[in-house]
Design a protein around this ligand. Structure first.
Ligand SMILES: [Zn+2]
Length: 292
């Protein structure tokens, strides 16, 4: 639910005002954490070096390489669309598809894949751990109902956890606009991560899981939208991006997105998760792990 920023850029005044509010929130948010910001340094990274060879991280708790944020929340689920499916005997059935459910399903699979590659401690989630562990900013503060405010609180949470990069997983909605990919970022530092993921994701998503080209799938590119100041401010010096690989407002795409990963391990959601995890992981290996 971020496509609106393609046509809605805030002015400088709005940005200054929002950053001021954000500063207020980040100073008052109370996230219990054993980690201080001092842990956010390349010096803690070498323990993950073996990850490239498939070894798990050492037993010493390290600052996470990445914080994965499933976009939206149960109480503020993002966009909801109704998808009509027809079963084998021709009976039509309407099903509700919520953005938060797609995001959480995909994000959990992204996290599972990244942990398999870099070790359990290498990844932290803003909420939605599969085992029910609550690291949620939401449980600490509660959603405000304001997407921008929520986003910056998630960024602040990631920083408090010591994460060295932040990726927010979303699914786009934009009325009758063509299906396509869009990656949001904040500034030049984020753009390297944004470009690394975008280039891989666009090529992959233009083809469906069965190998057929996705009709009308276009590239909305990279957008340094003011929206992403919200995520970026909280994460300050760490790269932060928002991924919007497909449009759930597109009827064909919505149908592809219906099956959950557990029931359709070769489906569209799994395809998105696999490609996002691969692109994020390759960027981690080429940057965070190489800078030691
Ligand atoms: Zn969204």
């Amino acid at each position: 639910m971020r496509a609106a920023s393609l046509v809605r850029r805030g002015g400088r005044l709005a940005v200054i005002a929002t950053v001021a509010v954000l500063a207020l929130v980040t100073t008052t948010i109370d996230v219990p954490s054993a980690h201080t910001e001092a842990t956010v340094t390349p010096a803690v990274v070498p323990a993950f070096a073996g990850a490239e060879l498939g070894h798990a991280a050492t037993s010493v708790r390290q600052a996470p390489l990445i914080c994965v944020d499933p976009g939206h929340s149960e109480s503020a689920p993002g966009m909801i669309v109704t998808v009509t499916t027809v079963d084998a005997v021709g009976a039509a059935r309407e099903r509700r598809l919520r953005e938060v459910d797609i995001n959480l399903d995909v994000a959990r699979d992204v996290v599972r894949r990244l942990r398999a590659r870099f070790g359990n401690d290498a990844v932290v989630m803003t909420w939605g751990e599969a085992d029910g562990r609550g690291r949620a900013w939401e449980a600490l503060r509660g959603p405000t109902g304001d997407d921008k405010l929520d986003l910056m609180m998630r960024g602040a949470f990631c920083v408090r956890e010591g994460a060295q990069s932040v990726v927010s997983v979303h699914t786009n909605w934009f009325g009758d606009a063509p299906n396509g990919i869009y990656v949001g970022y904040r500034d030049a530092e984020d753009r390297v991560l944004a470009e690394a993921i975008h280039s891989v994701l666009f090529d992959a998503m233009a083809v469906d899981p069965a190998g057929e080209p996705v009709a009308g799938y276009i590239d909305y590119g990279l957008d340094p939208g003011d929206w992403f100041l919200m995520l970026g401010f909280g994460s300050r010096d760490v790269p932060a991006v928002i991924l919007e690989p497909v449009m759930m407002s597109n009827a064909d795409e919505a149908r592809r997105l219906l099956p959950v990963i557990a029931e359709a391990p070769d489906g569209r959601r799994a395809q998105i998760a696999r490609v996002e995890a691969q692109a994020i992981g390759d960027w981690i290996a080429a940057t965070l792990l190489r800078e030691r």
